[in-house]
Design a protein around this ligand. Structure first.
Ligand code: BF8
Length: 673
């Protein structure tokens, strides 16, 4: 005990100002320190990452290792002779580690998709009565993309097929995508034809979702695949199975069940919590849980029960991607990003934190023990060893009942609060809920291709290009600094940004998700477009599985014409400024495999194997049209993306248009000719 106390005393504390650019976060880190509660930033101060592991050159795939292959001082001179006990080279080890990250990320997204598919199938089979199909238009579109007939011929007459029948067959076909014995993923044909042909030529069309992930685990076992190019190829195949498979199905089936998002106003940051309300923070990823809690929280009986305990009402808020899911469909406010999860409890006003899967710190249980907060786990695959946590398993067959039980625990806990509560005042107005459909609504044409107005403005140079800026926070970098600096630099240079995940939350907290921000932060061209159509310069398109919306939006841009015939022809680039998760690597890899130049910040997990890294950064472009890059400095990072956008504009012959920016009809006719 004395030893433990000594260790605790020796713990270095993080500097709140250096830890985050966000005032609410700074205030709450300081508050935690005052209370003697460690947060992720303090732990990062006291534990440095392993330099060899960071560079991807530590192999621990067998018990002869771990084999560590550090780069020699002064770099590699001549032949790289580094090898592990079995002879695995640095390239083989880095490639194996890299694609295992892809497997982890693809598995997380795809298993999330599978859970949604299970609920969808239960609804289609009429086994679940708490959920229902909310968007039949989307159901028909998804059915058609999966080859399910939506019409039927009766006596020579074509009629609409019964919706229940369509739902049932769509559920069965969708479900088979995870494990069908032959064929290829059905959604691959949604990609531009030129991209599909590239995948075919490269031999990377996924057969089914699960198989590609399993095959990575096999091929990276000791003594199997020892060619970094062949390993990378399987990484690409599994990543495509994520982006154009598991994630895309997750997004689509969620839209069918819970409604396709449309733009709506809300707020972001810890200041959305209310001292006089029962605060329930829902944290994780699957909207299957949050949707039902939203329904339960609107139940008058529940509201009255909260009032009977002395609260003014129930305040739901979201954390991480669950926040994005609740925001985009219901306008529920966002409490914070990945790194702010402990801080929500440190307010002293969190009556329950309800978690499901992914990106949840185990330490939230320790923090909750310092307060009255009930930490409730809900998913059978994600439990915690801390006995203080409650586990209420969420089941689609009695989901509303489970949700009410959870809410009741939170309400009962309201009166157990200590008197001292500290909720930061910071919160920002934001608009969330954009997607393929709403972009078409705002930036589509009346008479021509669906994304005509967007394409026209890219061609005439008001919009210089499109960026997808996504991904996590990382306690090794200053919270939100990279996210915001990169996004601001892009929009200043007339690049419209599509955002998801924690980047979207960071942008919401910084006030970049409002139409009004256009006149403050954008270059003149982008500002003019945003002001004319009334959209923010940064469009929040959802959670991390919703990066599939970016793939489909890019495909719509290709279809609308005038900007080449593949995603790789577009003046577009991707970015994950503060990435940390395996999911980010899988997303990055499917962006690259879909033709997008993709830059990661903070660190890159192959830097110890320069030959393999060169393959990712340069050679991949020849196969897929997209490639990886790395840049830690946010401004240089943004300018690498802008340089790529300009390169693509030049290749399309629209670089001159940009110099003029405002074009008259004669200019436009000259361009079209
Ligand atoms: O899936 S961005 S920290 S919350 S992994 Fe996690 Fe990263 Fe946030 Fe959502 Ni995505």
């Amino acid at each position: 005990m004395a030893e433990e106390k000594k260790a605790e005393k020796a713990m270095k504390l993080a500097d709140p100002i250096k830890s985050s650019i966000d005032k609410a976060t700074q205030q709450m880190i300081a508050r935690a320190q005052e209370l003697g509660i460690d947060t992720v930033w303090d732990r990062a101060e006291n534990m440095k990452p392993c330099a060899i592991g960071m560079q991807g050159i530590c192999c621990k795939n067998c018990a002869m290792g771990p084999c560590r292959l550090p780069l020699p001082k002064g770099g590699i001179q001549g032949k790289d002779t580094r090898k592990g006990l079995c002879g695995a080279t640095a390239n083989t080890i880095a490639a194996r580690n890299f694609i295992r990250m892809v497997a982890g990320g693809a598995a997380a997204h795809s298993d999330h998709g599978r859970s949604v598919a299970e609920v969808f199938r239960a609804v289609a089979r009429k086994e679940s009565h708490d959920y229902e199909i909310k968007d039949t238009i989307k159901l028909k579109a998804v059915a058609e993309a999966l080859g399910v007939a939506t019409t039927v011929e009766v006596d020579g007459e074509v009629k609409d097929r019964d919706m229940d029948e369509i739902a049932l067959e769509t559920a069965e076909v969708a479900f088979a995508e995870w494990g069908k014995p032959e064929g290829e993923l059905l959604y691959l044909k949604r990609a531009p034809e030129a991209l599909y042909e590239k995948w075919k030529k490269a031999g990377v069309r996924p057969r089914n979702i699960d198989r590609e992930i399993v095959e990575i685990m096999h091929r990276t076992h000791i003594g199997v695949d020892m060619d970094y190019k062949n390993l990378a190829k399987q990484g690409v195949r599994a990543a495509i199975a994520d982006g154009w498979g598991g994630s895309m199905l997750a997004t689509d089936l969620q839209d069918i069940l819970f409604g396709t998002p449309y733009p709506m106003q809300s707020e972001a940051n810890l200041g959305v919590m209310k001292a006089d309300h029962v605060n329930v923070v829902i944290h994780g990823h699957e909207p299957v849980l949050s949707e039902m809690i939203i329904v339960a929280a609107q139940d008058q009986e529940m509201i009255d029960y909260a009032k009977s305990k002395g609260a003014k009402g129930i305040q739901l808020s979201g954390m991480c991607c669950t926040a994005n899911e609740m925001l985009q469909r219901h306008g529920v406010p966002v409490a914070g990003t990945f790194l702010q999860q402990e801080l929500a409890i440190i307010t002293g006003a969190c009556d329950a934190m309800v978690v499901d899967i992914q990106c949840i710190f185990q330490n939230v249980a320790n923090v909750a023990e310092c307060f009255h907060t009930k930490l409730i786990t809900t998913h059978p695959i994600a439990r915690m060893e801390q006995e203080s946590t409650l586990h209420i398993e969420f089941d689609e067959h009695h989901a509303l009942e489970d949700a009410k039980r959870i809410l009741k625990i939170a309400i009962d806990n309201f009166e157990n609060r200590a008197t001292e509560i500290m909720i930061p005042s910071q919160k920002c107005t934001q608009i969330g809920g954009f997607g393929v459909e709403s972009i078409e609504y705002h930036l589509g044409g009346t008479y021509r291709g669906s994304y005509y107005t967007l394409n026209d403005n890219i061609i005439n140079g008001r919009i210089r290009g499109i960026a997808g800026v996504v991904g996590c926070n990382n306690a090794r970098t200053r919270h939100n600094e990279g996210h915001i600096a990169i996004v601001k630099e892009l929009i200043k240079n007339d690049v419209i940004v599509l955002t998801t995940g924690c980047n979207a939350i960071a942008c919401g907290m910084a006030g970049l998700l409002t139409p009004e921000s256009a006149s403050v932060y954008c270059g003149p061209g982008l500002a003019e477009v945003c002001e004319t159509v009334g959209i923010p310069p940064v469009l929040h398109v959802g959670s991390c599985v919703d990066n599939s919306r970016i793939l489909l939006a890019a495909t719509e841009v290709v279809k609308a014409g005038g900007l080449g015939n593949d995603i790789s022809d577009l003046p577009a680039a991707g970015s994950a400024p503060e990435w940390m998760s395996e999911k980010a690597i899988s997303i990055g890899q499917y962006f690259v495999a879909s033709g997008v130049y993709t830059v990661f910040g903070y660190t890159f997990p192959t830097s110890g194997a320069p030959v393999f890294e060169n393959y990712l950064f340069h050679e991949m472009e020849k196969l897929y049209g997209g490639m990886w890059d790395f840049e830690a400095d946010p401004i240089k990072h943004a300018h690498k993306m802008i340089a790529h956008i300009d390169k693509k504009r030049k290749a399309l012959g629209i670089d001159k248009a940009r110099e003029r920016v405002l074009m008259d009809m004669a200019d436009r006719q000259a361009l079209e000719a």
